[in-house]
Design a protein around this ligand. Structure first.
Ligand code: DGL
Length: 269
């Protein structure tokens, strides 16, 4: 068996990708992770496609400079708007896995009739989920709803409060979502409010487990390329373009004291 102990690069605009990094650590405990949270430019969901492409390109170059063997684009907004440029910069040698395609393909082959997607404005405007799911199965109805207040609420640490509950009640009562059998949390921040969403739907709507699906896809592809790690002492290096207490708190909660957190501005990188 051949192993590759270089780290997996993971990026997002903020804390959202930590939900996926945590799943990597759970399922692949021998992998090292280099994480980049672009908190300086958050929220990506309100930015132009051009800006999202620029940030994504710079972060990809940075993760390559950190010797990453693979990059998990743990941001739906970056996936929907910048995946081509990310793949171009990464080239053939570095595996790129995104958070939309594995989920869309999986749900398209399951028994579902109407799927709801909640996501940032930039993801909803791209129709990425609808297009990708319907590429595999034209019979599924897909409705996408923008929920732009959720990222700032989560980044401010205001989830599991009256604030998040009230905002979710308004968003999830949107007429378009009537009759859905499942819902995709189309923003990587949203697993942090998954329980609240489940409570509002009273268990009648299945919430798709995107981190599990995506990390399984990553495992499969690393295995195919003989690039899984075999390191009993992996490291977890976190870079933030702008330090936030909330990021520190969540990364510590997910990774314990093993994390190394550093501020890193990619301007002129
Ligand atoms: N977490 C990101 C996503 O999955 C974007 C959040 C934002 O910066 O707007 O879309």
């Amino acid at each position: 068996m051949i192993y590759d102990n270089r780290p997996i690069g993971v990026f997002d605009s903020g804390v959202g990708g930590l939900n996926f990094a945590k799943e990597i650590k759970r399922l692949l405990p021998k992998e090292s992770i280099v994480y980049f949270g672009d908190t300086k430019h958050l929220p990506y969901g309100e930015k132009s496609a051009e800006a999202i492409k620029k940030y994504s390109k710079e972060i990809t170059q940075f993760l390559i400079s950190q010797n990453c063997k693979a990059i998990l684009v743990a941001c739906n907004t970056a996936t929907a708007n910048a995946i081509e440029i990310i793949k171009e910069v990464a080239g053939e040698e570095i595996l790129v896995v995104d958070v939309i395609n594995p989920v869309a393909e999986k749900v398209a082959y399951e028994l579902r009739t109407k799927i709801g997607v909640i996501a940032t404005k930039a993801t909803v405007n791209s129709c990425a989920y609808k297009k990708t799911i319907r590429k595999f199965n034209k019979h599924i109805k897909v409705v996408e709803v923008a929920t732009p207040l959720l990222v700032p609420i989560i980044e401010e640490g205001l989830y599991n409060t009256n604030v998040s509950r009230a905002v979710l009640e308004v968003y999830l009562s949107n007429k378009k979502l009537e009759g859905i059998d499942s819902i995709i949390l189309g923003c990587t921040h949203y697993p942090l409010i998954q329980k609240e969403i489940e409570q509002i739907f009273e268990g009648k709507v299945q919430v798709i487990n995107s981190p599990l699906i995506v990390v399984n896809c990553l495992i499969y592809q690393l295995h195919q390329r003989q690039q899984l790690a075999n390191n009993n002492n992996p490291y977890y290096l976190f870079y933030l373009s702008d330090y936030t207490d909330n990021f520190h708190k969540i990364s510590k909660r997910f990774f314990g004291n093993k994390i190394q957190l550093q501020e890193k501005d990619l301007t002129n990188f």
